[in-house]
Design a protein around this ligand. Structure first.
Ligand code: ADP
Ligand code: DAR
Ligand code: MG
Length: 339
């Protein structure tokens, strides 16, 4: 019996053909991930752009007939390719595109990570999620110098503090319906939280869409400094934790849009003189995507846009930051000409 195909324009709808579904419908990973887990979000949200989430590292191999065409579509990365990472700041030449601070409000570079040998968030049990939290927080509390900080469990955070941290872009939002349908919000807020240093320039989200979102951020457009801080932090954390990764796909993440570098490098940039179309055209030319002031599924407030690299797989971390620097300089030049 052929199943009804997912509706809408998602990559899931495009690539989950009846033949692919017949091939995959009885497969189960060693952690118990089935096809229904992988496609739940896209079935529940026909307006999804992608529509799938991996339940563990093995999902990317066992359900490759569905994931590979989606990965090729989104990243332009064929199944014969192998991802290469480069986190060495010495290889980055990204002069500050806004040294006078007239346009760029702030710069943020994050990577997603999941611990090796655990399921991912969509099928983690409450107990496993608490073990992940304890393991990650233990590693973070061993950091020193600029990276030293404190962990704040969401369950112990008062609503006003939480709202302020979200408004100030330091903490993840709640209630994303795509994450909800994927099972990533189960047992919320249990074993979720935020680690940050004194200056909130180094932060780690624990057990949101991925088990770790490791973040370096600061006001202004010094991309080199933000990248160097992140690289230092990752060097320290790689000594303390083992992350899920594969030779072919790099770092492995819940959503296939985050594979490879798992990096989003972004600027919040004020461009009052440019239309949305002009901004989109320049961003597209530099492989960048434009989002609202509070990121995914948000609008620009006060003319501040979130501009970041679209692709994360098949380019290196250095290349992703270099593209952002070049694209940001192009947007600023266009803005300066607009007045
Ligand atoms: P992702 O999960 O891909 O990192 P999200 O949209 O879920 O993106 O969350 C990103 C968060 O980081 C949002 O709160 C957004 O406001 C914030 N953010 C993104 N770029 C910047 C930036 N350059 N400066 C400050 N905050 C940023
Ligand atoms: N909203 C989901 C995921 C898109 C990529 N964003 C992530 N992973 N946060 C969709 O399929 O549209
Ligand atoms: Mg997000």
């Amino acid at each position: 019996m052929d199943f009804p195909r997912p509706q809408g324009g998602s990559l899931l709808a495009r690539h989950l053909t009846p033949g692919v579904r017949r091939r995959l419908k009885d497969r189960v990973t060693r952690y118990g991930v089935r096809l229904d887990h992988v496609i739940a979000s896209g079935l529940a949200n026909p307006d999804s752009a992608v529509g799938v989430y991996a339940g563990d590292a093995e999902s990317y191999e066992l359900f490759a007939p569905l994931f590979d065409p989606i990965i090729a579509d989104y990243h332009g990365f064929g199944p014969e390719k192998r991802h290469q990472s480069d986190l060495d700041p010495a290889h980055l030449d990204a002069p500050n595109p806004d040294p006078e601070g007239r346009y760029v409000v702030s710069t943020r570079i994050r990577v997603a990570r999941n611990l090796c040998c655990f399921p991912f968030g969509s099928i983690l049990s409450r107990r496993e999620r608490r073990i992940v939290e304890a393991t990650v927080v233990h590693a973070l509390e061993g950091l020193s110098g600029e990276l030293a900080g404190r962990y704040y469990p969401l369950s112990a955070m008062d609503p006003e503090t939480q709202a302020r941290l979200v408004a100030d872009h330091f903490l993840f939002k709640e209630g994303d319906r795509f994450l909800e349908a994927a099972g990533l919000n189960r047992d919320w807020p249990d074993a979720r939280g935020l680690f940050h240093n004194e200056d909130k320039t180094f932060l780690v989200w624990v057990n949101e869409e991925d088990q770790l979102r490791i973040i370096s951020m600061q006001p202004g457009a010094d991309l080199q400094a933000v990248f160097a801080r992140l690289a230092r932090a990752l060097g320290e954390l790689e000594r303390r934790l083992t992350f899920a990764r594969s030779e072919r796909l790099g770092y492995l993440t819940s959503c296939p849009t985050n594979l490879g570098t798992a990096m989003r490098a972004s600027v919040h940039v004020r461009l009052p003189g440019l239309t949305g179309e002009e901004i989109q055209a320049i961003a597209r030319d530099h492989g960048l995507q434009v989002r609202g002031t509070h990121g995914e599924h948000s609008d620009a407030e006060g003319g501040v846009y979130d501009v970041s690299n679209k692709r994360r797989l098949g380019i290196t971390e250095v290349e992703a930051v270099r593209r952002l620097a070049a694209g940001t300089a192009a947007l600023i030049s266009a803005e300066a000409r607009a007045f």
